[in-house]
Design a binder for this molecule. Structure first.
Ligand SMILES: [Zn+2]
Length: 315
């Protein structure tokens, strides 16, 4: 079923680009620890080691290096403060760093002042720790409320990556958006600043479920790769996401649902190796935005690298 992929596909919208340009993808990383997950926060048990998950970030950096891949790491800034070396290593390797808030609390659980604080302080702290400019933001659990884009604009971000146009998943998210490729943020919120862009997360065409996260672990790596190829045929660079804690052997914690543990650890390591071994060229969100003519914004850090994904890094 996955055979005979799109060696022949040349989507009309991208006829001017090369084959490798048409086959770009983003395997983004939401750099949070196991203790930041809602499943852990809602559980009765506790971890002995608050850094569970960090080792997965090292695995991912090494995997990206092996495959000459670039990524965007959306980092919870308290992780950057606790483990500056682990986060700085992403920048040193030429990756883009974006914000995933300071504490990974759900934005819609917070007051407007607290939300603003999460956006402003995380950007400041990440820039202080890494020395790189932070242009992108992704909300924990893709959860954001009214006034989100105004707050992002005021905090100086250039783009948001918190939209996932999936089908409605009861008790979770979805059903709200129908955006499948990078666009001005006004496509999500007509009142958004014209300077802001949106980079939506990939969903499987027709099925309407995300290609990664829990869905990769439930449906398998062929599901994710097939979805990527179907999107590429439509001229869309798929944007996937993974978490470092999915790549370690998680300790059993009282009250964390079994589904959270499914295929974490070695299975996910093999899955990501297979995804990175596909014909796609893996780039950062800012690269995909630039391809869509939506670059610019406030970035100052890695704008010079041009087409060579493996040589952006000056830290
Ligand atoms: Zn998260």
């Amino acid at each position: 079923m996955i055979a005979a992929t799109a060696a022949t596909a040349t989507p009309a919208a991208t006829t001017a680009t090369t084959m490798s340009d048409a086959r770009r993808a983003v395997l983004s990383v939401d750099v949070e620890l196991f203790r930041h997950t809602p499943a852990y926060r809602n559980a009765s048990g506790t971890l002995d080691d608050p850094s569970v998950g960090l080792e997965g970030a090292r695995f991912l950096r090494e995997a990206f290096a092996r495959h000459d891949a670039r990524t965007t790491a959306f980092v919870v800034s308290e992780v950057a403060e606790e483990h500056p070396g682990a986060v700085g290593a992403f920048v040193d390797a030429g990756h883009e760093v974006g914000s995933h808030t300071h504490t990974h609390r759900l934005l819609t659980d917070l007051s407007p002042d607290e939300r603003r604080e999460e956006l402003v302080r995380s950007k400041e702290r990440l820039e202080a720790v890494t020395g790189a400019s932070v242009a992108g933001f992704r909300a924990p659990a893709f959860d954001f409320g009214d006034g989100h884009f105004a707050a992002l604009d005021a905090a100086g971000y250039a783009y948001d990556a918190s939209v996932v146009s999936c089908r409605r998943i009861p008790g979770w998210y979805g059903g709200e958006y129908d955006l499948h490729r990078p666009a001005p943020a006004t496509a999500v919120d007509p009142t958004a600043s014209a300077d802001l862009a949106e980079v939506p997360t990939a969903v499987f065409p027709g099925i309407g479920l995300p290609l990664t996260g829990t869905w990769l672990r439930f449906f398998g790596v062929r599901y994710a790769i097939l979805g990527m190829r179907l999107l590429a045929r439509r001229g869309i660079a798929p944007v996937l996401y993974v978490h470092p804690w999915e790549f370690v052997d998680l300790p059993a914690v009282e009250g964390v649902p079994k589904r959270v543990y499914v295929r974490t650890g070695d299975w996910m390591r093999r899955a990501v190796e297979r995804i990175l071994s596909t014909e796609f060229s893996f780039v950062a969100c800012e690269d995909v935005l630039a391809d869509a003519g939506l670059g610019g914004g406030s970035r100052t850090g890695s704008a010079g690298g041009g087409t060579d994904e493996s040589d952006h890094g000056e830290a």
